[in-house]
Design a binder for this molecule. Structure first.
Ligand SMILES: *Cc1c(COP(=O)(O)O)cnc(C)c1O
Length: 379
């Protein structure tokens, strides 16, 4: 079976994890600090705050801005459900905006119709690595006093206007779950250019402590911490950070290979007439997921089953949060593009070690399946 995704993990990561274990310091410590600095630098941010996941990072970002009950945060429904949930954790209300068909991302024009006087922030997702047009969104939101938070879970190594996604972000949250390009098993990061926010985020992830456990340990003698506010335990471990540092050193190679394979997919798919994810005009995607639009009326379950029969493990497209039971009854505007997107897209296998012959298998399996169900766009 050709998997949809396979993380690139090797002996180097195993050794780095073992070294962290042997060092005797396994909780948040020097390796986390090193990983924070290296990761922040790689995405063009001044500060990185490692956390236990992107979900907890997004929660901290919303919490940091003082958003809570009675406030609204605009999010795409077309996203992993954690985007909307992070808003709910604070007691604020996620408000779903539709997305652009080309990118799968919200934009100033899809956000505008759902703004109210309670809108405090917009959480923009760089969906599956496709950069959102953040400058345009900020130009629209900032004069209205609305903060733009970036859910960059999938976007490590994507670029926007020639710079890494994350450059100039007010607050961006990243994921190191194995489904993303860089993995630490579980893990996340919040990046920002604001030094005061970085300090507060570090406190918020560690029980509100005035001195981190690692600093207290290094400070030796009698450093007594205070608990300055009610906060969380959202720490990353040094074992994870050790793996993350090795992964980060591979990021450029990972992106280069994915973009090469994606270019090859585009060539191979040209004959099928199917539309696939591609770079927007203002940036480049890391192709964290390679989605294709199925022809209208295609039965996606049937296509997935046909692919599975031919040894190809594909996935349904990006989910729409407003259609899940957790959001049943949640007030929401019409989201026609989101609903078409989630119903008609399919994610094809793409991973670092994928061979050209595996890729050929995927495309011929897809063509055959569509042909069998007489769904190809061009005969
Ligand atoms: C994966 C993902 C998340 C959640 O990341 P975790 O690190 O698993 O918490 C959030 N938002 C988006 C858009 C994602 O793809």
């Amino acid at each position: 079976m050709i998997p949809v995704m396979r993380p690139l993990l090797g002996e180097e990561e195993a050794l780095a994890a073992a070294e962290a274990v042997r060092s005797g310091w396994v909780a948040q410590g020097p390796r986390v600090r090193e990983f924070e600095e290296a990761f922040a630098a790689s995405v063009g941010a001044s500060h990185g705050v490692a956390v236990s996941s992107c979900t907890t990072g997004l929660h901290l970002a919303v919490h940091l801005l003082g958003i809570g009950p009675g406030d609204e945060v605009v999010v795409p429904s077309l996203s992993f459900i954690a985007t909307a949930n992070a808003v709910r954790y604070t007691g604020a209300t996620p408000v779903f905006a539709d997305v652009e068909a080309g990118t799968g991302n919200i934009s100033a024009s899809t956000v505008e119709p759902v703004l109210t006087e309670r809108t405090r922030a917009v959480m923009v997702v760089h969906q599956a690595g496709v950069p959102a047009d953040v400058d345009a969104l900020k130009a629209f939101c900032e004069p209205r006093g609305i903060a733009v938070i970036e859910d960059a879970a999938c976007a490590a190594g994507s670029t926007y206007k020639g710079k890494p996604v994350g450059t100039n972000a007010l607050l961006a949250a990243w994921s190191f779950h194995p489904r993303k390009l860089l993995t630490t098993g579980e893990g996340g990061m919040v990046t920002t250019d604001d030094p005061d926010w970085a300090v507060r985020l570090k406190r918020l992830r560690e029980h509100g402590m005035s001195v981190s456990a690692a600093d207290r340990h290094n400070g030796g003698s009698a450093v007594i911490e205070q608990y300055l506010e009610t906060a969380f335990n959202y720490r990353m471990t040094d074992i994870q950070a050790a793996v993350g540092l090795v992964q980060l050193s591979k990021l450029d190679a990972i992106i280069a290979r994915r973009r090469e394979l994606a270019a090859r997919y585009h060539e191979l798919l040209a004959d099928t007439g199917l539309t696939a994810v591609m770079d927007p005009e203002y940036g480049t995607t890391n192709y964290q997921s390679f989605w294709v639009w199925l022809p209208e009326g295609a039965d996606r379950q049937e296509v997935l089953a046909g692919l599975a029969e031919r040894g190809v493990s594909a996935r349904r497209g990006i989910m729409a949060s407003h259609l899940e039971p957790a959001y049943e009854g949640h007030p929401c505007a019409e989201l026609p593009v989101t609903e078409a997107f989630t119903a008609r897209t399919l994610i094809l296998p793409l991973f670092h070690d994928m061979t050209e012959s595996e890729q050929d298998t995927v495309v011929s399996a897809l063509s055959e399946t569509l042909h069998t169900s007489r769904l190809t766009v061009r005969g």
